[in-house]
Design a protein around this ligand. Structure first.
Ligand SMILES: NC(=O)c1ccc[n+]([C@@H]2O[C@H](COP(=O)([O-])OP(=O)(O)OC[C@H]3O[C@@H](n4cnc5c(N)ncnc54)[C@H](O)[C@@H]3O)[C@@H](O)[C@H]2O)c1
Length: 379
């Protein structure tokens, strides 16, 4: 029997356009899904750059205006892999047209935008999801399993860092292709919405809600050449962002993100300390979960490095034989597979737009606290 298809309309052909296209192409090969995703159309403004992307990934057609993509009857899912300033307008229009909407993170440039997006998808009753892909790295999913099973007991500390070093040069311009992340109007914020948003999403999932934060941000390079205006302009984004958090479960959080940590390219690490056990995970070693169990016999007690590649580890039964690793791109494949499975089951896969709004409420509070120099409540 042929499976019902899901026509994908992809907005953006950059880093995430490629990651998502790969996810939709691979997911049905490795997961038995209720629908078959079909790469119907890729969309971006520049037809000349779009065409080679569409050909390389096997899209059936292209569109240079996202409104036309939304109007098409053969498109079931609008997938937004464009810069942050495009998310709200496209998502709201797609929901109003009755399309399923998938969107990259952060959901909006701030929580006010995200709220409007949540209202739009909930009013239209369309399935929706945000690509917080780190939840679906098997070692991180295993951490969630350990916490839910009570292996850590009461949690005291949550510690996360996301460190990069690519904006240290004062000669680096802001704005335009590849550098929109440095342009406040497009990005909404700097590392707070870009990098910390990932750390916060994972933490809300693993450790529950955050009540209060106190934060500190810095913009080390105050002015940069702007690629779109051709002038030297003030830099409005935060280059570094650090905050402390109080969780609803009584635990304390400690977060840091920067693009000024020389030597680090994408060092996302998290550590959780509970009364019975601790866990540590590192994106550079993403297939391992470090685990310390105080219940182990004293003479052999110590940190174990669990190689998360066995068939009974999350997602790993779908891949190769035990001991063989998978990588970064698989987190997107897992997310696409879970989402499509959720459509079949009638159970939305997380994080939904509403789940992702919770992250934007925390990033808003962090930026508010950095400005007020006070503790701020998360709305
Ligand atoms: N989940 C993750 O780990 C992750 C990683 C990187 C980026 N992101 C998010 O993904 C989004 C895209 O980031 P990226 O790194 O892929 O950016 P990118 O600059 O590599 O690509 C952006 C794409 O959007 C297209 N675009 C821009 N304006 C458009 C418009 N008006 N209409 C149609 N297309 C348009 C560009 O042509 C380009 O193809 C951002 O929201 C970013 O925060 C998430």
């Amino acid at each position: 029997m042929t499976k019902k298809t899901l026509g994908i309309g992809m907005v953006g052909y950059g880093f995430m356009g490629r990651a998502h296209s790969n996810a939709f192409a691979q997911a049905p090969h490795f997961f038995d899904l209720p629908f078959k995703p079909v790469l119907k159309a890729a969309c971006a403004r520049d037809a000349n750059k779009l065409k080679p992307f569409a050909d390389q990934w096997g899209y059936e057609s292209t569109e240079t205006d996202w409104r036309k993509l939304i109007d098409r009857k053969d498109i079931d899912i609008i997938d937004i892999a464009a810069p942050n300033n495009m998310h709200m307008e496209i998502a709201i229009a797609a929901a109003a047209a009755g399309k399923i909407v998938m969107c990259e993170k952060p959901l909006g440039r701030n929580a006010a935008e995200s709220r409007k997006m949540v209202d739009a998808v909930e009013k239209a009753k369309v399935a929706n999801m945000v690509w917080y892909n780190y939840r679906r790295i098997p070692a991180v999913t295993l951490a969630k399993q350990f916490i839910d099973e009570g292996k850590l007991g009461k949690i005291f500390h949550y510690r996360a860092k996301f460190l990069q070093d690519w904006t240290i040069s004062a000669d680096l311009p802001q704005g335009g292709q590849g550098l929109w992340r440095l342009d406040l109007g497009v990005a909404g914020s700097g590392v707070t919405g870009d990098l910390l948003a990932h750390c916060i999403d994972t933490s809300l999932w693993l450790n529950g809600g955050i009540k209060q934060v106190v934060g500190m941000t810095e913009t080390f390079i105050k002015e940069r050449h702007h690629n779109l205006t051709g002038k030297t302009e003030k830099v409005g984004i935060d280059d570094a962002s650090l905050f402390l958090a109080r969780y609803e479960n009584g635990s304390l959080g400690n977060f840091e993100a920067t693009r000024y940590a020389r030597g680090h390219k994408a060092l996302y690490t998290l550590e959780i300390n509970g009364e019975k056990a601790s866990i540590f995970w590192d994106l550079h070693d993403l297939h391992r979960l470090q685990y310390f169990d105080h219940g182990d016999e004293g003479i052999t007690r110590g940190w174990r490095s669990i190689h998360v590649t066995d068939g009974d580890h999350p997602y790993m039964g779908k891949w190769w034989v035990p001991g063989l690793q998978i990588g970064y791109e698989h987190s997107f494949i897992h997310q696409a597979a879970d989402f499509i499975q959720g459509l079949g089951d009638g159970k939305p896969a997380s994080p939904t737009f509403r789940d992702a709004l919770a992250t934007d409420l925390v990033t808003d509070a962090v930026l508010k606290s950095a400005a007020s120099k006070q503790w701020e409540n998360v709305a």
